[in-house]
Design a binder for this molecule. Structure first.
Ligand code: GRG
Length: 325
């Protein structure tokens, strides 16, 4: 098993940030705010956040804020709750939360809560438990959780719970590890984890580990590095992480840095040359999987990677600064 090629991942992230016109940058243009959160959080977990220009990022984040208080994924795009959380997280990483007009952002999020306690993602009204998590996490970071109806928000999340112990995106929706992270994270932040059947959910989650050691997001699906985050963080929050094989998962994640070319000593450039992590071994790397691979290793206490908070998806020292400064 290889080791984490930290320096190369740092170089990959810094280079990805500068590229503007390759395929990955073009398709990600509208969600750059998420990409910036993934990249910068990875750098912080690897102890390299000081390699970037703080002012450049902070002023770009602020230029994505709209009159409504919400943030967009890039300049010239519409605001959405998905990018609003990433913007707040990026400012939290840089210890710059004090430059936010908290009332303005809070009003935007409060305006998205519906009568039944659910949240819409933006003015167009799509409802999803992802948006419940985002609203709760964001307001908690801004110390304004009391501005929404938390009781109704929790009741709505519980209405998305299934008989298998998992959660879907709306009532009756199929259980999926990504949605489970959102629901369990929101319940953790609101202090409502006692409402979860931890053994039933823990069983469903640990069944996500397949032969290769990787985790999938639902039954019969392929493993993907990103579920190292969605599944593992949920298992940690419900105190059942010892139900999976950690060593095998570490091996799976590390193998997603290696392409066959390198094993065969071919001369075209491999991903351990260039850095970055892919969804599964031998696939192309991207910033999303690089973040979730490193964040997964952080939850697995891999040496040299800073600890990450499983509910807030921010480094533990950043969360401590927000709540215990
Ligand atoms: C701060 C970490 C953090 C998250 C913010 C946006 C969000 C809140 C959570 C997203 C949760 C989610 C739904 C994740 C799943 C993403 C994913 C890889 C979906 C792929 O779904 P399919 O059906 O893939 O294409 P499978 O693996 O089921 O075949």
């Amino acid at each position: 098993m290889g080791e984490l090629v930290t320096e190369k991942h740092v170089r990959y992230i810094l280079a990805a940030e500068k590229r503007k016109d390759d395929f990955e940058s073009v398709v990600m243009e509208h969600l750059r705010m998420n990409g910036v959160y993934w990249g910068l959080t990875t750098l912080d977990l690897l102890g390299k956040l000081d390699t970037v220009d703080v002012n450049e990022f902070v002023s770009w984040v602020m230029s994505c804020q709209h009159e409504s208080g919400g943030f967009s994924g890039n300049i010239g795009h519409d605001p959405h709750i998905l990018y609003t959380l990433s913007a707040v997280q990026v400012l939290a990483l840089f210890n710059k939360l004090d430059i936010i007009d908290v009332d303005k952002v809070t009003k935007y999020i409060v305006s998205l809560q519906n009568e039944d306690g659910s949240f819409s993602g933006d003015i167009w009204g799509e409802v999803d438990t992802r948006f419940s998590y985002i609203a709760i996490s964001c307001l908690s970071i801004l110390h304004c959780l009391d501005k929404i109806n938390v009781e109704k928000a929790v009741k709505y999340i519980l209405s998305c719970k299934n008989m298998d112990g998992g959660f879907g995106c709306t009532p009756g929706g199929e259980s999926h590890a990504g949605q489970i992270f959102c629901c369990v994270g929101a319940l953790a932040i609101t202090g409502s984890l006692d409402l979860v059947d931890k053994d039933l959910l823990g069983w469903w989650l640990c069944e996500r580990q397949v032969k290769s050691g990787g985790l999938n997001g639902r039954p019969e699906k392929l493993p993907d590095v990103c579920y190292s985050w969605w599944v593992l963080s949920s298992l940690i929050m419900i105190d059942r992480v010892h139900w999976i094989n950690k060593e095998k998962l570490i091996k799976f994640i590390l193998n997603c840095q290696v392409v066959l070319a390198e094993l065969l000593s071919c001369d075209f450039e491999s991903d351990t040359e260039n850095g970055g992590i892919s969804d599964r071994p031998d696939d192309a790397v991207d910033i999303f999987h690089t973040y979730f691979g490193v964040a997964g290793l952080s939850l697995l206490e891999y040496p040299g990677v800073k600890p990450i908070d499983p509910a807030y998806a921010l480094p533990v020292d950043v969360v401590d600064r927000i709540f215990f400064k």
